[in-house]
Structure formats: structure tokens, C-alpha cells
Design a protein around this ligand. Structure first.
Ligand code: GAL
Length: 993
């Protein structure tokens, strides 16, 4: 038996697709139906409930929303969310889905107000319903639809009488044939999750408005043509007036109107009010004049090459799932703008239409993506893939048509995307043709078919930098089909996904960005992804946490892979977003080897006049001099700047002196944009101008203690040289360390690795390192020399360590510690860190404060370090941690030359860097991490709230740490950030304060 929700056919009984003007832009009557509806959940699609059943006594459910989240974060009355990435959570048996198919019956009362306009038609509009649904009014089934992230309209004119009450019944199934084409990497969440409304369509009104607004950069002329059409009942062109009061334009629909205009771009999102009117309806649209083109293999906006510095955005709210409020959408847009993101791919479906209104208004280039992903078929070699099945052609063409029709008037949309990870096949061609017929003005994107036969840009995801460099030069390895290969080489290249931002990372952003700057063929890329989809829930004690795959007891799930964003689920920017902002900076300021800074204006359309280049000469936070640089750069130009010749450089002191230049948005010239508060940093860079003074050689002498041990300044050691107390605090652990709590990236092998780094470290025993102290000997020079072997169980791999303790002077407050470690045994392919682990007994470790001079203020790693600048900062240990949704290594501060710890009781410990070397190569300072729990606890915790202070302060003083890379889904750590087992030396001065 073919069930309705398993019938592969476009929606039935619906109004043909048409444009979606912004809410409030027209004068036709609209009645929102959002609110509490009657609801009942049934275990299967054949609910047995009559559409005429009013649902008296049923539950109440908020529309819009997902039924699985109705009681979030405490209760789950209608089933729970489930997360799978690629695989279908049911047998692959298209178009069939399981009989167990949670199905919601929704009821609400329709009542047109008495003043609802007479005549014309009334449409019932759904902005998004997941997955398949059936609409009935007063018991009569009028339509069935699907396309979860696409609009559906049903003509209910004949069924509604003003002033009377009617029953609207909507049946929504969780699974349907269309689940096979909606296999996006996200939570499976169901229901009427976007708004529902009744819309009046006046007779002779503006059912569909098609805006063609181009910009000729050679003449500065904007060309506007607006086509107005009626759809449904009386299809055909409509005679309408088109006016742009600001430009003095007034003409007829279908007529070409021209005027000198300011173009629209993401940098200057200039919009003009275009008033379209007929005798019965007026709509005012915010129109941007702009032209997108591909010339000589380069992607152009308004005639200029534009680099898309983008992110992939899923719609996500930790309590509401994909049912976003306008406030959330605005928050996303403003956060993107403030972090110098200029493009967004609406992965992997058309977003709520209001999001595009915001992109028009605030300036973001959009890749608008069709609601299509069939990734689950890949598991079995794409057998049965709808993308290559003629039975699905109409469905897929319908989807892409609904997207283009809905969104074509948005200037922000610069590319249409046919879908994501849907493999290859005939329907790619069919969709591409449909899009070209509807809108020939925008290039078409689709990544799933690398031949790029049917698209206008060559797109890939996670291609490593070496390959991207080849593509940039047009010398990538040939494609198996010569005809396709030749054409593909003429196309610009975009990374529709790169730099997987899962957990700590992504590493390597700068490497990609440098390639985008270098090769015109590279039109940029979109980091995967914007936000962690962690759903808020409470544990048994009522503590809230962000849940990921498996946290709802799913039998089949993809765990933490859903937590791979630049924002934590509550929209706190992760260090990855701060890094992204520094890498994407429109005014890039980078040090050059000759002691100068290169300032580049990377805007395509605006000079840098709105950014003041402010410099400071500073030691830590102490400002020694300040000024501004008189420099305005034209778009795409650069200049070299140097510290003023008469700069009063101080003598070397305890902290280094930096010359830091920040491009800061200034008040008088501030962009007239709400995201751009004066003071916003548009780029920053610095030079180390005076290094700190080297530490003087220690001259004190170690003394012996009554129990045969040693005193070396503030350090008390046992007879074999084991450190027992430091600065009056008992020592729990003190030894060389080479391990870290695995990041999500460490847990997965990169393409060229046989083994994930975390696995390598485990096998090399680094997870369980221990120390055997061999001997301690006080020498004639006053120093205590300790030798030891640090290694893990079951292997010969480890380190031979020589430690030298010497009091700085005769007082008991300061000691110099020099550690020389040499790897022994078979070398693992990488190590997590090379440094010292010190755990001090400290009941209030989280309250200890630390002030440090080094790179900051946020964490940085060897391949994620563009945002970190030299200076001085202070934090309590509790704030030092980054609460990644899935706990893992975090919080390293690099280049630390001096750190002062103040414990809760007021006592403290100062740590100053002396010589630091890895494999004989000097490093500036050490890398510092501090936690109130151990790395092991961090490694084993599933969620941040499971981490509880253990009464100790755990410190890492590292000579170096392995990079973070992006191996969870992309390239691993690149060679320049790779850490091998190598001899290292670390000299630090420890002072009790
Ligand atoms: C891509 C896919 C995304 C996401 C990502 C991994 O292959 O297009 O939707 O799954 O991998 O997080």
C-alpha cells in the first residue's frame, strides 16, 4: 500500500511558489496563527483521528516549535531529539519509512476578523513544517506538503467565512519519503517549527514580484526591472507601478528603469525603497543594486573580485532547535558582522526568510542552499540515491524552485546552491536548469558533483591547503573526464566547507586565508560551522548542560559531532571565533621579518578611512607612548609601517615591550551600522621592540634538611630529589609531561595519518606517564642536580630528565629550575606537549588569580594564534578554562615570560621564563595552562558541568604544544605546528610571593 507520506511527488493542493516580501512591507491583510494550538502525538502516521475532530481536551503546544522540545530543558513529553550525521536512523528502504512514525495532530481555530477584506483570495501559509504534512479545514483535506524548510501555501478562500469559526487540522509525520532527501547533519526535530499565517491576496494584487536590480560598475548605473504577476487563481502579468522615490524613478512593471545609484555590497549594504503598487496592493521592498559575475575564472561583485570569508550557518537555538526567534537571527547576523564574517552559506536549507532580510540590511553575501541532502545513501555506494532517480526529479526541481521564487529579490543572495551531499546524477542537471530558467543572474553552486558540469563555481569541502594552492594556480590534478576537466578549470573555486571548528580549533585558518589572498581563482570559503548544536537539558540534580548525540538515549547517534561550531550553544564566542575574526580582519596588520608591519586594506569597495590606526608602545599593560598613523588605504592596497624613529624605547626590563597597532573604528567616521560600535577592532598586529632582560644567573646554594632532603629556595625536595613542597604548598605531582586531554581533532586521524594523535599518545604510554627519580646530588656550584626517567607502562618510550635546582640568592624565596629532557626509546609520531606538569595542593584552586605577560588574552595554539597578542592580562583560574561543549584540552597561553599566581589565602608564586628551547631552537617564553582539575578528569568528562575542582591547582609549563589542526573532518596539524618528541630545555625562576 502506498501511504500518502511515502508518495514521491511534489506537494499537492498548494499554491505555486512565489516571492516572500519582508513582514510588514505590504498593505495586504495578514493574520498570524502563531500561538498555542491543540496537539496530540500518535505513534504512527495513520493516527485514526478524523480531521474533523476538534481535538477537545488535547494538550496545548506552542506553534512554531518542535514537539520534541516542548518541555525543554526539563521534560520531554513528546519523544526526544535524536542526532545522526550521515546515516538514516531507520532502514534504507526508500520511499518507505518505519511504521513507528511519531505523528502530531494539530488543531486550531481559524477565524477571519470581521474586517477581513472582501474579495480576492485567502492563503494559509506555512513557513516550515518538518517533515510531511496534511492540511484540512473543517474536516476537508485540502493539501499535502513537504520540504521542511520551504514555504507552503494553501488557498482556503472557499473554506473561510469572515467572522465564523473554522477548524484547521494539520497532521505532521516525523518521517516520510522526504526524510530521505533531508538528511542534513543535525538533530531530527519535527513539527510546525516556523510561523503560520493567513494572508489576504487582493484581486489584482501583487502575488509575485520579481526584482531585477543590476549595477553597472563602469557607469555607476543601476538598472531596475520589476515584474509583477498573479499566481494561482488568475496567473499572469499584473499591471503595476514601480517607484523609487529616492531616485526619482517612476515607471511601470516590466519596464527598465535606470538611474545613477550607490551599489549594494556586504561592505556597504545600500538599499533603496522600491514601491510596487497596483490599485489594490502596495509593497515596499528594500532593493539593492548589484551584479554578480564570473569573469576569467574570478568571482566578481559589481566588477570587483570579492573574497568570501564565510561561515556555514545552521539554524539553531539551544532551547528551540531550528525554531528561531527574530532576535536570535539578528544576534547571529550582528555576531557575524562583528567578527568580520562577510558571507554565510545557509547550510543546508533555505533559512527563515527573515534571516535574508537581515543579510540584505546588514550586509552578508549569502549562498542560499536548497533543502536537499541524501548523504545516508553514500554508506552503500549511493545505491538508490534520489539525486539520480527520475522518480524524484519533480520533487527536487520543486524544492529548488520554491527556494528561488521565495528568495530571488534578496540582494544578499549571490549564489544558489542545489543542496549538500546529495551525490551525483541526472537531477543535478534538472535542478540547475530550473534555477537558470528562473534566475540567470546568479552563479549556481553544488559541491556533491566534482565534475562541476552543471554549476558555475567549482566547490569542495575540507580540501587540504596543498591542494587548494594547486587549484588556486589552476594546476590541480586532472579530473577523469577530460571534457569536464577543461570546463572546471575555468571556474572560480570555493571551499563550501573548511576548517572544521569542532571543539578546540580550528587550527590552520591562517594558512587557508593566505591562499585566498594569494590566488584570484580562490573566491574564499565557509568555515564549518557557526554554532554547536548543544540542546539545553538538565541532569538529575537540575543542573543545565548542553546535550549532544547520545544524551537522549538514542540507539544510533553520532555523539559529539554535532558540537562543531565557532559559538558555544549559548552563543558565547569560542576562541575559534576570536581567531576567525583576527584572520578575517578587513584591515590586516601583519609583522614582517624586517621589523615593520604590513597593513592591508582587504575591503573590495571601501577605503580604510573609517578605521583609525592607533599604536601604543607598551610593556604589559603599561603604556609608554601612543599615537596614530596617518594612513588611509584604497580598497585592495597595502602599506608598510614602522614605529616612529623617535620612539622612546626603554631599557630591557622584566617584561617585553611591544609596539601594537590596532585598526579601530572611529567615532566620527563610524559606519552607520548597529554592529559597528566605535572602538570595534578591524585588525591588529604588533612588533616586539624590546625583549625582556635575561634572568641573572643564580648564585645561592642548596642546603640539606634534617631528613636528608634538600632546600632550594622556596622548594623542599626529598633525599632522591623529589619535589615535596613549593612556596609552602604540598606538591602532588611534578614531572615532565607529554600528554594532553585529547581534543576532538586529536581523536581522529587526518587523511594522511594511520592513527589519530590521541591513539599515538596512548600507545606510547604518554597517557600514564610516571617518574622514577634516580639520584640527587648537590654540587660545588650550589645547585642540586636530579636525574630521572619519565615513562609510561608497557613501552620503552619516555624521557631522560636532568633537573637542576639552584636558589637565586641566599634568601628562601626564589629558585632557578632548569629541566633538560631527552626522548628515549621508540619515538611516537607526535607528542601532545613537551613541558612540566606541576600539581599543588590548593583547596581553592579555582579562586586563585593569575596575571601573566605573554600572548593573550585568550588561549592560543601553534596553528591558531593570529588573535593572540603580546601584553599582560589577569584572570581567576576558573575563567582560564574554555568550556567546550565536549571537554578537552583548552586554555593554553603561549609566549608567557612571567606569570604571577595569587592563591585565595593571599600568598603566591611567581614564575618567570628563562631559556626555553625545543630541539635546540629558542622559543619566546613558555606555554602556561592552569586548571582546578587534572587532565585525566578533563579527558574523561562528557560535559563541562561534570568537571569539579579536585583540591589541587594543576599547572603546565610547556616548552611547546602540538597544534590543534582540524582532523575531526579536515586536515590534521600541518608540519609547522607539529610537535615531535624532541630534546627540550626549560628554565624557569620560581619565587614565593
Ligand atoms: C560535511 C557536511 C556537514 C557536516 C560536516 C561535518 O561533510 O556537509 O553537513 O556534516 O561535514 O561536521
Amino acid at each position: 500500500m502506498t501511504l500518502a507520506h511515502e508518495t514521491v511527488a511534489p506537494p499537492d493542493g498548494v499554491v505555486p511558489p512565489r516571492f516572500r516580501p519582508p513582514a510588514g512591507s505590504g498593505d495586504a491583510a495578514v493574520l498570524s496563527l502563531d500561538g498555542e494550538w491543540r496537539f496530540r502525538l500518535f505513534p504512527e502516521a495513520e493516527t485514526g483521528v478524523d480531521p474533523a475532530d476538534p481535538g477537545a481536551g488535547w494538550d496545548r503546544l506552542a506553534v512554531p516549535g518542535h514537539w520534541q522540545l516542548a518541555g525543554a530543558p526539563h521534560a520531554w513529553p513528546y519523544g526526544t531529539p535524536a542526532y545522526t550525521n550521515v546515516v538514516f536512523p531507520f532502514p534504507v528502504d526508500a520511499p518507505h519509512v518505519p511504521h513507528e512514525n511519531p505523528t502530531g495532530e494539530y488543531r486550531t481555530t481559524l477565524r477571519l476578523p470581521a474586517d477581513w477584506p472582501a474579495g480576492g483570495r485567502t492563503l494559509l501559509r506555512f513557513e516550515g513544517v518538518d517533515s510531511w504534512f496534511q492540511v484540512a479545514v473543517d474536516g476537508e483535506v485540502l493539501a499535502t506538503s513537504h520540504g521542511s524548510r520551504l514555504p507552503t501555501e494553501v488557498d482556503v478562500t472557499a473554506h473561510l467565512r469572515p467572522g465564523e469559526e473554522h477548524l484547521l487540522a494539520v497532521r505532521v509525520t516525523q518521517w516520510s519519503a522526504f526524510s530521505y532527501v533531508e538528511d542534513q547533519d543535525q538533530w531530527w526535530l519535527s513539527g510546525i517549527f516556523r510561523s503560520v499565517s493567513l494572508e489576504h491576496r487582493p484581486e489584482g494584487g501583487l502575488d509575485d514580484v520579481r526584482v531585477h536590480a543590476a549595477y553597472d560598475h563602469t557607469t555607476g548605473t543601476g538598472t531596475l526591472r520589476v515584474d509583477a504577476a498573479a499566481v494561482g487563481g488568475a496567473a499572469g502579468a499584473v499591471a503595476a507601478r514601480v517607484a523609487v522615490p529616492e531616485l526619482g524613478l517612476d515607471g511601470a512593471a516590466g519596464e527598465e528603469l535606470t538611474a545613477a545609484v550607490e551599489p549594494w555590497s556586504a561592505e556597504r549594504p545600500r538599499l533603496y525603497d522600491v514601491v510596487v503598487s497596483t490599485a489594490t496592493e502596495t509593497v515596499t521592498l528594500a532593493v539593492g543594486f548589484r551584479t554578480v559575475s564570473v569573469e576569467d575564472g574570478v568571482f566578481l561583485v559589481n566588477g570587483r573580485p570579492v573574497t568570501l570569508r564565510g561561515v556555514n550557518r545552521h539554524e539553531f537555538d539551544p532551547l528551540r532547535g531550528r525554531s528561531l526567534t527574530p532576535e536570535r537571527m539578528l544576534e547571529d547576523v550582528l555576531l557575524m558582522k562583528r567578527h568580520h564574517v562577510n558571507a554565510v552559506r545557509t547550510s543546508h536549507y533555505p533559512p527563515h526568510p527573515h534571516f535574508l532580510d537581515l543579510c540584505d540590511r546588514y550586509g552578508l553575501y549569502v549562498v542560499d542552499e536548497n533543502d536537499l541532502e541524501t548523504h545516508g545513501f553514500e554508506v552503500d555506494g549511493w545505491v538508490g540515491n534520489p539525486t539520480d532517480d527520475p522518480a524524484w526529479t519533480d520533487v527536487l526541481v520543486d524544492r529548488v524552485t520554491r527556494m528561488v521564487r521565495r528568495d530571488a529579490h534578496h540582494p544578499s543572495v549571490v549564489l544558489w546552491s542545489l543542496g549538500n551531499e546529495a551525490g551525483r546524477g541526472r537531477n543535478v542537471a534538472a535542478m540547475a536548469q530550473a534555477v537558470r530558467d528562473l534566475d540567470p543572474t546568479r552563479p549556481i553552486h553544488y559541491e556533491g558533483d566534482w565534475s562541476s558540469e552543471h554549476v558555475d563555481v567549482y566547490s569542495r569541502m575540507y580540501a587540504p591547503t596543498e591542494e587548494v594552492a594547486l587549484i588556486g594556480q589552476g594546476v590541480e590534478p586532472p579530473f577523469e573526464r577530460a571534457d569536464a576537466d577543461g570546463r572546471r578549470r575555468t571556474l572560480p573555486f570555493v571551499l563550501c566547507e573548511y576548517a572544521h571548528a569542532m571543539g578546540n580549533g580550528p587550527g590552520g585558518l591562517s594558512d587557508y586565508d593566505a591562499l585566498f589572498d594569494r590566488y584570484p581563482r580562490l573566491m574564499g570559503g565557509f568555515v564549518w560551522e557557526w554554532i554547536d548544536h548543544g540542546l539545553t537539558r538538565t541532569d538529575d540534580d537540575g543542573v543545565e548542560y548542553a546535550a549532544y548525540g547520545g544524551d537522549f538515549g538514542e540507539a544510533l547517534h553520532d555523539g559529539t559531532f554535532i558540537a562543531d561550531g565557532l559559538l558555544l550553544p549559548d552563543r558565547t564566542p569560542s576562541p575559534g571565533l576570536t581567531e576567525l575574526a583576527a584572520v578575517y580582519a578587513p584591515v590586516r596588520i601583519d609583522p614582517r621579518d624586517d621589523g615593520s608591519l604590513l597593513v592591508r586594506n582587504r575591503y573590495a569597495f571601501r577605503d580604510s578611512g573609517h578605521a583609525e590606526l592607533r599604536w601604543t608602545l607598551h610593556r604589559g599593560t603599561e603604556e609608554l607612548a601612543a599615537g596614530t598613523l596617518d594612513l588611509v588605504l584604497e580598497p585592495g592596497t597595502e602599506a608598510v609601517v614602522r614605529p616612529p624613529a623617535d620612539l622612546p624605547l626603554p631599557e630591557p626590563g622584566t617584561e617585553p615591550v611591544w609596539w601594537t597597532v590596532r585598526a579601530v573604528l572611529t567615532e566620527p567616521d563610524a559606519l552607520d551600522e548597529p554592529w559597528a560600535a566605535p572602538g570595534l577592532e578591524l585588525g591588529a598586529g604588533q612588533l616586539l621592540v624590546v625583549d625582556r632582560a635575561p634572568l641573572a644567573a643564580p648564585s645561592g646554594r642548596v642546603t640539606t634538611t634534617d631528613d636528608g632532603g634538600f632546600r632550594a629556595g622556596p622548594a623542599l625536595l626529598g633525599p632522591r630529589g623529589e619535589l615535596r613542597t613549593l612556596a609552602g604548598r604540598a606538591v602532588h605531582t611534578f614531572r615532565v609531561d607529554a600528554w594532553r586531554a585529547a581534543t576532538d581533532n586529536d581523536r581522529k586521524p587526518a587523511r594522511w595519518q594511520e592513527q589519530a594523535d590521541a591513539e599515538t599518545w596512548y600507545r606510547a604510554g604518554l597517557t600514564l606517564l610516571g617518574e622514577r627519580v634516580e639520584a640527587a646530588e648537590a654540587g660545588d656550584d650550589g645547585a642540586l642536580r636530579v636525574t630521572s626517567r619519565v615513562s609510561g607502562p608497557a613501552v620503552r618510550t619516555g624521557f631522560d630528565v636532568r633537573t637542576r635546582w639552584q636558589p637565586v640568592g641566599d634568601g628562601a624565596d626564589a629558585v632557578d629550575l632548569v629541566v633538560d629532557a631527552r626522548p628515549v626509546g621508540p619515538a611516537p609520531r607526535s607528542v601532545a606537549r613537551l613541558g612540566l606538569l606541576l600539581a599543588l595542593e590548593e583547596p581553592r584552586a579555582a579562586d586563585a588569580r593569575v596575571r601573566w605577560a605573554g600572548l593573550g588574552p585568550e588561549e592560543s595554539y601553534a596553528d591558531s594564534a593570529r588573535a593572540a597578542l603580546g601584553g599582560a592580562w589577569e584572570h581567576p583560574v576558573a575563567d582560564w578554562q574554555t568550556r567546550y561543549t565536549h571537554p578537552q584540552e583548552n586554555g593554553a597561553r603561549r609566549g608567557v615570560t612571567r606569570a604571577e599566581l595569587t592563591f585565595a589565602d593571599g600568598s603566591g608564586l611567581r614564575i618567570e621564563a628563562g631559556q626555553v628551547e625545543v630541539a635546540g631552537r629558542p622559543r619566546q617564553g613558555f606555554e602556561l595552562s592552569l586548571r582546578p582539575w587534572s587532565d585525566r578528569a578533563l579527558d574523561q568528562a562528557g560535559h563541562p558541568h561534570e568537571l569539579v575542582p579536585d583540591g589541587r591547582l594543576w599547572l603546565h609549563l610547556d616548552a611547546a604544544q602540538h597544534g590543534v589542526g582540524s582532523a575531526a573532518c579536515g586536515p590534521g596539524v600541518l608540519p609547522d605546528a607539529w610537535l615531535h618528541a624532541a630534546p627540550f630545555r626549560l628554565r624557569v625562576r620560581l619565587t614565593a610571593v
